[in-house]
Design a binder for this molecule. Structure first.
Ligand code: COA
Length: 321
């Protein structure tokens, strides 16, 4: 039996920093409101770089760490909700840019749960013997789909990309994963539906932006994430005491505090970096993972990754490093 194992991580963050103080000049908000409600101080904004540029740069970083020859990559999955193309999948642009001629490439749409969904998907291919490895990327240019006049949402998000390379191994790396969708509640969080004028229907051409019922999403995350973590631990026959760190999707420090409290786990087991990047959707878990790996924090450690977001969707994965 083969298992997926993470053998390399990478990330890319655009250079431009947009602080809460900068936002005070654009909309009716304050640094104090944003920081106290979310834990966010600043975020990165991609100027000329596209969502696939961010994906390519994170992919190259992860490939370098994994020392894998691009021609030997079997599978590329890009989790994103901000791709510039409806088709082709931006994973195909990544494939071209890195020279992964022999890979199957496709995108995956599960918003802020995308990274965990992509890990789960890649791991199925590896466990059933179809593929020997996979490059997984979460990439978002959220600044493209934000309504910069809506203070309820524009203060929350940022641009960036995170990536991991997973390879088949005799040792268990990705120990257990659970992913779920709650389509019933889809309307709580939607983004970027393009309405097109056709000869058959008289509609205005306009771009819809991210729209969110903040409180509903907050409650959803605080309820489903701890439940999902308990469930995945039970499935893996592990205890919370076996887990060294939790890397949750970086949306809000208050969500992380509530989840920690519900799990009766100390807050210092929960990594946070949203202070610097805001909510980067499918990229956040990959970025956090890469920071922890490069800081030498994950050697021989067991980690739980947990995502939650539009769909609504959520998922948790236990990873042995
Ligand atoms: N600056 C100043 N005031 C703001 C503001 C801003 N950027 N955004 C909203 N407000 C105001 C509101 O207008 C409201 O004013 P009112 O009471 O006069 O109507 C007040 O602040 C409270 O708004 P509310 O939405 O109740 O705040 P909240 O405490 O629920 O915090 C969120 C809002 C968005 C931070 C919070 O709901 C949240 O984090 N939800 C989860 C979002 C999330 O994680 N989404 C991504 C999931 S992947």
């Amino acid at each position: 039996m083969k298992y997926g194992k993470i053998i390399g991580t990478g990330k890319y963050l655009p250079k431009r920093i947009l602080t809460n103080i900068d936002l005070e000049q654009i909309i009716d908000t304050t640094d104090d409101w944003i920081y106290s409600r979310t834990g966010i101080k600043e975020r990165r904004i991609a100027d000329d770089e596209t969502c696939y540029d961010l994906a390519i740069l994170a992919a190259k970083d992860a490939l370098k760490a994994s020392e894998l020859d691009p021609e030997n990559i079997d599978l590329i999955i890009v989790a994103t909700m901000t791709a510039e193309y409806a088709t082709p999948a931006i994973s195909c642009l990544v494939q071209k840019a890195i020279g992964a001629k022999n890979a199957l490439a496709f995108d995956l749409s599960a918003a802020c749960s995308g990274f965990v969904f992509a890990i789960h998907t890649a791991n199925q291919f590896i466990m059933n013997g179809t593929f020997n490895n996979a490059l997984i990327i979460g990439s978002e240019k959220l600044s493209n789909i934000i309504n910069w006049e809506d203070r309820n949402t524009c203060v929350l998000f940022g641009d960036g990309a995170g990536a991991v390379v997973v390879e088949a191994s005799e040792e268990q790396g990705i120990i257990e994963t659970i992913c779920r969708s709650v389509g019933e509640d889809y309307a709580c969080l939607t983004a970027g539906i393009k309405r097109i004028k056709t000869p058959f229907k008289n509609v205005n051409i306009e771009q819809d932006f991210i729209e969110m019922e903040g409180r509903e999403v907050f409650e959803f995350a605080c309820t489903k994430v701890p439940q999902c973590i308990e469930e995945v631990l039970e499935k893996a026959k592990l205890e919370k005491s076996d887990i060294d760190y939790y890397i949750l999707h970086q949306a809000n420090t208050r969500i992380i505090s509530k989840v920690a409290k519900k799990l009766s786990e100390p807050l210092d087991k929960f990594y946070t970096n949203m202070e610097f990047y805001g909510n980067t959707s499918s990229a956040s878990i990959g970025i956090a993972l890469d920071e922890m790996v490069k800081a030498g924090k994950l050697k021989n450690k067991k980690v739980i990754l947990a995502g939650f977001g539009a769909g609504l969707t959520y998922g948790a994965s236990i990873i042995q490093f």
